[in-house]
Design a protein around this ligand. Structure first.
Ligand SMILES: C[S@@+](CC[C@H](N)C(=O)[O-])C[C@H]1O[C@@H](n2cnc3c(N)ncnc32)[C@H](O)[C@@H]1O
Length: 248
């Protein structure tokens, strides 16, 4: 039986130990834009603490109760004021406008239909201040990844198991449905001896840049910048990322 990766926050942090290429980009935007920050799908508070460290008022929203508790413990242990609340990025109502709203680290791909994606964008639009900026950070779906041999396991990362400090490894396989554009991913978490794996499964909606452009414009956003990487290099056909900076 598989487990839900979004109910095991310490394990998520352990496996994503390498993820920091977006920190300067996101905190730099928070500095530039100024004012209040709202992060959707805030996760374990990875970016929350970096933003609060720069002195910005911050609120996060995430749909995992375990992640919300874990993120708030992390925030409090660092003495920051700010928090993450339980909510769904497709439909939330906060009675407040924010100057900088963002959805980082591919989280928008967890909205599995274009209807859900549009609902989320509509909620963002409602919560964005008149001159506010909205940022979405996604990788570009890569056919060489999506159409790999489904029966083979591919190495993802090495990590340290949080409960006992033993060495671990993640391997994956996937099935991509090119009609629904959903990529189903199986992640196998091994301990050092590689005897038996713990299985996690999740889905991602492989939204391509042309669809993303359309969804944003249908929701009323203007794309102010489209970057191909976190160093703000312009988006082109060689890019690994599609990163949108939008205004109203
Ligand atoms: C890849 S993690 C990213 C976490 C965090 N943004 C980061 O950069 O480390 C995806 C997050 O999306 C959250 N999530 C998935 N669907 C969601 C939804 N409909 N509303 C809010 N959060 C959601 C999960 O609980 C998880 O924390």
């Amino acid at each position: 039986m598989s487990r839900n990766i979004y109910s095991e926050p310490a394990l998520y942090d352990a496996v994503n130990w390498w993820k920091n290429n977006d920190v300067d980009f996101i905190t730099g935007l928070a500095d530039e834009i100024g004012g209040s920050v709202l992060e959707l799908a805030a996760g374990t508070g990875r970016l929350a603490v970096e933003i609060m460290d720069k002195g910005h008022p911050y609120l996060g929203v995430d749909s995992s109760p375990e992640y919300v508790d874990y993120a708030n413990d992390k925030i409090q242990s660092k003495g920051f004021i700010g928090n993450v609340i339980l909510g769904d990025m497709r439909d939330f109502s906060l009675n407040e406008k924010y100057d900088f709203i963002f959805i980082g680290f591919n989280s928008f791909f967890h909205l599995l239909t274009n209807e859900d994606a549009s609902k989320c964008l509509d909620s963002v639009y409602t919560h964005l201040s008149t001159d506010g900026k909205f940022v979405i950070d996604l990788f570009i779906p890569d056919p060489s990844f999506l159409y790999k041999d489904e029966n083979k396991l591919y190495h993802v990362t090495n990590f340290t198991w949080p409960e006992d400090g033993s060495k671990g490894m993640v391997k994956e396989r996937n099935h991509y449905n090119d009609e629904t554009q959903i990529n189903h991913i199986w992640w196998y978490f091994y301990k050092e001896k590689m005897e038996k794996a713990t299985l996690f499964e999740f889905d991602m909606n492989m939204i391509y840049p042309d669809t993303m452009d359309r969804l944003l414009s249908e929701a009323g956003f203007t794309i102010l910048n489209k970057y191909g990487n976190h160093d703000k290099s312009p988006f082109n056909e060689e890019s690994d990322y599609q990163i949108y900076v939008c205004g109203k």
